[in-house]
Design a protein around this ligand. Structure first.
Ligand code: CA
Ligand code: CA
Ligand code: CA
Ligand code: CA
Length: 279
């Protein structure tokens, strides 16, 4: 039976994931750059950006992050990943557009090292010009090591039950001007969601103070010298106008896999039976 299971497992593994056509993100950064220390500075890849990354000190690390959801769907990825590895010396980059109305989706992969310590942080921020407006990641405030959202100058929110030390896919939906106060935003966050459809449940913040954004920053740091530096590793940053825009993926082909497995089982069944008792 163990051999049969192995055989079917191999068949399943041979069934490749099929590409699924998807609407494209309006902003994309897969960090398809050569690995190296402080190597993100001045890089100019991706789409939807107005200029290169600035001269911050983030590294490019060999090997991109990947994400597979519970259904076997795999996020489309390219290239390597970035690591914000020096104290409050991350990288910023302007977008081609200013986002301030309608529904906007943002997705990125994030894994934080040393996240559980007090007063250190790592995350992605949305800026309006020189002003940091909102931060997503591990906030430099308790409960430490939990993913959260910080609207600068306003309240923090925490995504209870999440763990910033793990590799997480974070999908943020911003409904501009849909907050409970006129002009404010409604923000919904999905952590490690299914890629094929927007989940019904989310961490929801229904009255986030009014903001817009035209710039993105990746950064980590600490606010107390007693704490180890937190390192945030980032990959596959996307902005789009639909959930599908920011979750492009390949899907397993159940039809082809099923047929292959069935054919394999039929062949298996034609093997000569082993005697279970001595003749
Ligand atoms: Ca990548
Ligand atoms: Ca560095
Ligand atoms: Ca921390
Ligand atoms: Ca607004």
């Amino acid at each position: 039976m163990r051999a049969l299971i192995s055989f079917v497992s191999i068949l399943a593994a041979l069934c490749c994931n099929a590409p699924q056509s998807r609407a494209a993100a309006t902003v994309y950064e897969g960090f398809d750059y050569p690995a190296g220390a402080n190597a993100l500075a001045s890089k100019n890849g991706g789409i939807g950006w107005n200029n290169p990354w600035d001269t911050g000190l983030s590294d490019i690390v060999a090997g991109g992050f990947n994400y597979t959801d519970g259904l076997g769907n795999q996020l489309v990825t390219v290239g390597n990943r970035a690591a914000a590895d020096q104290n409050s010396a991350g990288n910023l980059r302007f977008l081609s557009n200013t986002f301030s109305s309608g529904t906007v989706y943002l997705s990125f992969l994030l894994q934080c090292t040393n996240s559980a310590s007090n007063f250190n942080y790592a995350g992605l921020s949305l800026y309006s010009g020189v002003a940091e407006e909102i931060f997503f990641g591990d906030i430099n405030a308790p409960p430490n090591g939990t993913l959260g959202i910080e609207r600068l100058g306003f309240e923090n929110g925490f995504l209870i039950g999440t763990d910033a030390s793990l590799l997480n896919l974070i999908v943020v939906r911003i409904d501009f001007n849909a907050g409970t106060t006129a002009g404010n935003e409604k923000v919904s966050i999905f952590v490690d969601p299914s890629l094929d459809a927007e989940p019904a449940t989310a961490f929801r913040f229904t009255d986030v103070a009014d903001f817009s954004f035209d710039r993105i920053r990746i950064q980590s740091g600490r606010t107390s010298g007693a704490d180890p530096l937190e390192i945030g590793q980032f990959d596959e940053i996307r902005v789009g106008s639909t959930y599908a825009d920011v979750t492009p993926h390949t899907v397993p082909e159940p039809g082809a896999c099923g047929l292959a497995a069935l054919a394999g089982l039929m062949l298996w069944g034609r093997r000569p039976m082993k005697a279970t008792h001595p003749a």
